[in-house]
Design a protein around this ligand. Structure first.
Ligand code: NAD
Length: 499
């Protein structure tokens, strides 16, 4: 592990952000304000309003009105596509600013933040095509007197609740697809990373999105988030976050039976066979656990490795982890930055202690890194781990990897599936039979063969088991925000029931 010093500078004073309702930014006024400090430096960088229940009602009412009067859903697909394409262009123009604020609030390296914003541009561009190609079905085989069509209609007002680990990316894996479907939005970002969600609302407005179609409320999960999931005028909720809060959403949604999309936690296996390209696999495994300091729902946090190469491979991965550049998020050279919240820092360190207490062998890392401010943890590897240990079972959401050896393909699959989660998995092998067998039998919504954490706008995201419901992105993502209507059309004279 190498340490670096910062290059870009911090803001001289915290920036004030307003929330966004009906096409306008609303300043905090006399509302309470949440001040966010940069996790990489401990310096205040932003201030956001704590919205009230009345603010939420206004935002939902604006989204409702914008949906009901069809100012967005009533446009043709080409006009909706034009707004999404314009938004892509504006995001490109503001890429540096968005990346900077993502880094300041989240603690991720600036180079990574730039790449993520680049990926978001692609989401808008891809979804613009879907706005034009979304279609239903027809049944011309119902006999001469009947014609059937199936149409897709937007669900209505969609609440979007996002976590702090990829504030802009996760938002952009949803918003353009929701908009392509014709729905309207009330988004609530995590209270610690709200800036870039507010920026997206401004960008969409500038791109020509009609007022009221995209609204943003800010504040804590327990107050404004809870009120949003319970709101009787929200037709669908897309929640991304912890499995615990996801379970809570299921209960709260019962009020008006709102449709739910849930993207929750993961404890994702990386299965490495002895016949893999071990150099590639070691690099992929190190990337899979250390990227975004392991604060990814899809982090490859369980290394399930064939016993015959386990010792050698463990050392290869440890060598990679030790070379990762941990540093100031504003430094161009940094590969992993700060842990995003104090609470998460405490959680990760407590799991490292548990790992030691449970008898796992610490191979590398296991300690905080002093950068003179902020909170940093060295990438950590534990050997001699069994599937019963909490470090093998719980989602740690940090740079902590556990090694579990296996002897047979069946055993590897059993270990991989021995979790309540089913979000993502990777397999590393040069044997096509093994790769396909494992891909078919491991329960996960995203699967990688000889790679990890790849993604893009085309392929859907989502989980099996307790990792969630539904899919985001791709054509599947747009379809999630629609509901089907069956239309039966009688042709010619009706054959009478009452003569
Ligand atoms: P979290 O569940 O604490 O919070 C997520 C969001 O929900 C935040 O905006 C928060 O304010 C809000 N929230 C909290 N309590 C709420 C309540 N009672 N009602 C409504 N909203 C509430 O999660 P987090 O700590 O921000 O993020 C980490 C978790 O998110 C991890 O478990 C991770 O796996 C998961 N995650 C999943 C995905 C995915 O796509 N599957 C992506 C990123 C993160």
């Amino acid at each position: 592990m190498t340490q670096h010093v910062k290059k870009l500078s911090l803001p001289s004073k915290p920036r004030d952000f307003g929330f966004f309702v009906d096409g306008k930014s609303v300043p905090s006024g006399d509302r309470e304000v949440f001040e966010r400090s940069s996790p990489g430096h401990g310096v205040p960088v932003s201030r956001i309003p704590k919205c009230t229940a009345q603010d939420l009602d206004r935002a939902v009412a604006a989204a409702r009105q914008a949906f009901d009067d069809r100012r967005w859903s009533g446009l043709n697909g080409a006009d909706r596509a034009a707004v999404l394409l314009k938004a892509a262009e504006l995001i490109r123009q503001r890429q540096e600013e968005i990346a900077y604020w993502e880094t300041l609030e989240n603690g991720k390296p600036i180079s990574q933040a730039r790449a993520e914003v680049g990926g978001c541009i692609g989401m808008f561009e891809y979804a613009s095509g879907l706005a034009r190609s979304l279609h239903g079905d027809s049944f011309n085989n119902l006999g001469d007197s009947m014609f059937g069509i199936v149409t897709r209609e937007p669900v209505g007002v969609v609440g979007i609740i996002t976590p702090w680990n990829f504030p802009f990316l996760i938002l952009c894996e949803r918003v353009p697809y929701v908009l392509a479907s014709g729905c309207t939005i009330v988004a609530k970002p995590s209270e610690v990373t709200s800036a870039t969600t507010i920026m997206l609302a401004e960008i969409l407005s500038e791109a020509g999105l009609p007022d009221g179609v995209m609204n943003v409320v800010t504040g804590s999960g327990s107050s404004i988030g809870q009120a949003l999931i319970e709101h009787m005028d929200v037709d669908m909720l897309s929640f991304t976050g912890s499995t615990a809060v996801g379970r809570h959403c299921v209960k709260a949604a019962a009020g008006n039976f709102k449709k739910l999309g849930l993207e929750l936690g993961g404890k994702n296996p990386q299965i490495v066979f002895a016949d893999a390209d071990l150099e590639d696999a070691a690099d992929g495994v190190a990337f899979g656990i250390a990227f975004n300091t392991g604060q990814c729902c899809v982090s490859g946090s369980r290394l399930i490795v064939e016993r015959s190469v386990a010792d050698k491979f463990e050392k290869m991965v440890a060598a990679k982890l030790e070379k990762i550049i941990v540093g100031d998020p504003l430094d161009e050279a940094t590969q992993i930055g700060a842990i995003t919240t104090d609470a998460q820092n405490t959680t990760i360190m407590s799991y490292i202690d548990k790992g030691r207490d449970e008898g796992a062998r610490l191979i590398t890392g296991g300690a905080t890194v002093d950068m003179g401010g902020g909170q940093y943890i060295a990438p950590t590897l534990f050997g001699d781990v069994t599937s019963e240990m909490s470090i093998a079972r719980d989602e740690i959401f940090g740079p902590v990897l556990v090694v579990i050896p296996f002897d047979t393909v069946d055993e590897a699959i059993t270990i991989a599936n021995d979790t309540v989660y089913g979000l993502a998995a990777s397999v590393w092998t040069k044997n096509i039979d093994k790769a396909l067998m494992v891909t078919r039998r491991v329960q996960a919504g995203r699967f990688w063969v000889n790679t990890t954490l790849s993604g893009g706008p085309e392929l859907p995201l989502g989980g099996f088991k307790q990792s969630g419901w539904g899919r985001e992105a791709g054509k599947y993502g747009v379809e999630e925000y629609t509901q089907l209507k069956s239309v039966h059309i009688e042709i010619g004279k009706r054959s009478h029931w009452v003569e």
